[in-house]
Design a protein around this ligand. Structure first.
Ligand SMILES: [Fe+2]
Length: 346
């Protein structure tokens, strides 16, 4: 078996491959590591056959949906997953065949209703059900401390104590432990009484994970994150540097349209001399009157360089094939000490 653990900010994901057949599964992949997963799979000569999330993640952005589209392979999750894009809904006791490997599903609700662990030969990927020296929290959507107690004490911890535990999180750089080690030394597992265990879990008072709402929106609906929207727009448009715009605006201003997509107040406070104002929110409504010639070169800018990237991608889609985004925004322009004009253009 090929078994690779990848870490990103405390989140762990796994590439599990069958050496005989070269089939592989990716468990809990994260969008920031997509190129690494694919690079690693090709380095080992593996073909990814399944994308598996052990549960609906609230603290990182799952790559399963995006990779499923890219690779044409199914997303597998527990059947209770709220995500509509899950291709393969699994139940307790089901197995996924990855070449000659068997990935055995254990439904272990508690951290979330759709949490599952995957037993693979001598090890178990425990998701956020069991962590090294801790357990998953139960205060996020669909969490339930009583269910977690049951999943741990009546299910997971009854497995062979020698099984290696590979969790979905570890913030201290540890790689794995075993079921036996966790039973012996995991502080939360020393509280065996169900009522006391639930009481302890209810009183952890953990802070909410950053990006909670965006992670749930993205992982439950397969929606894009804001960063993905920006990255896709940035990949679809060319950019112009601040210095290049300054030179061109001074030497041959008639060769290009400089388009400020901020609101009027910001524009009148100070804009690139000669710039025309068309707020991003009105772009599609006014584009036909304000930009009648689709063959003109258009340089688009905003305050920070993000909204202008989206606006440029929209203009390109609308047929303005020479629209480019400014690399940077008015903030960088001001900081560079480049010329500004206040009020309206004549
Ligand atoms: Fe989680």
């Amino acid at each position: 078996m090929i078994f690779e653990q990848l870490s990103a900010g405390g989140c762990k994901s796994y590439l599990v491959g069958c050496t005989d057949t070269c089939a592989a599964a990716l468990i809990d992949p994260e969008i920031g590591l997509i190129d690494r997963y694919l690079g690693l799979a090709s380095r080992h000569g593996l073909r990814v056959r399944y994308l598996v999330d052990t549960h609906t993640h609230a603290d990182h952005f799952s790559a399963t949906r995006g990779l499923a589209r890219q690779l044409g392979v199914p997303v597998a999750m527990h059947r209770m997953s709220p995500a509509p894009f899950v291709d393969l809904r699994l139940d307790d006791g089901d197995m996924l065949l990855v070449g000659k490997l068997r990935l055995q599903v254990l439904h272990t609700p508690g951290h979330t209703r759709d949490s599952m662990c995957l037993r693979i030969e001598d090890r178990v990927c425990t998701g956020d059900t069991l962590l090294i020296g801790a357990t998953g929290r139960t205060d996020l959507p669909s969490g339930d401390p009583d269910a977690l107690h049951d999943s741990l004490f009546n299910h997971l911890l009854r497995l062979d104590p020698a099984l290696l535990v590979f969790p979905a999180h570890d913030y201290k750089g540890r790689v794995n432990s075993t079921i036996g080690e966790e039973i012996a030394s995991n502080p939360r597992l020393q509280v065996r009484d169900r009522t006391q265990f639930s009481e302890m879990m209810r009183n952890l008072n953990l802070s909410m994970p950053s990006h909670l709402t965006e992670a749930l929106r993205s992982n439950m609906n397969g929606a894009k994150t804001v960063a993905q929207m920006l990255a896709e727009a940035a990949a679809a448009v060319p950019f112009m540097s601040l210095a290049e715009l300054k030179t061109r605006a001074e030497s041959c201003p008639d060769d290009l349209i400089i388009l400020d997509v901020r609101e009027r107040d910001a524009y009148e406070e100070g804009h690139v001399p000669g710039a025309k104002q068309l707020p991003r929110g009105q772009l599609e409504l006014r584009v036909n009157q304000d930009l009648p010639d689709p063959t003109r070169r258009i340089v688009v800018y905003c305050e920070f360089g993000r909204i202008s990237t989206l606006a440029t991608a929209t203009l390109r889609e609308l047929g303005f094939q020479r629209a480019v985004a400014l690399d940077g925004g008015m903030k960088a322009w001001r900081e560079a000490g480049y010329p500004l004009k206040a009020g309206r253009e004549a």
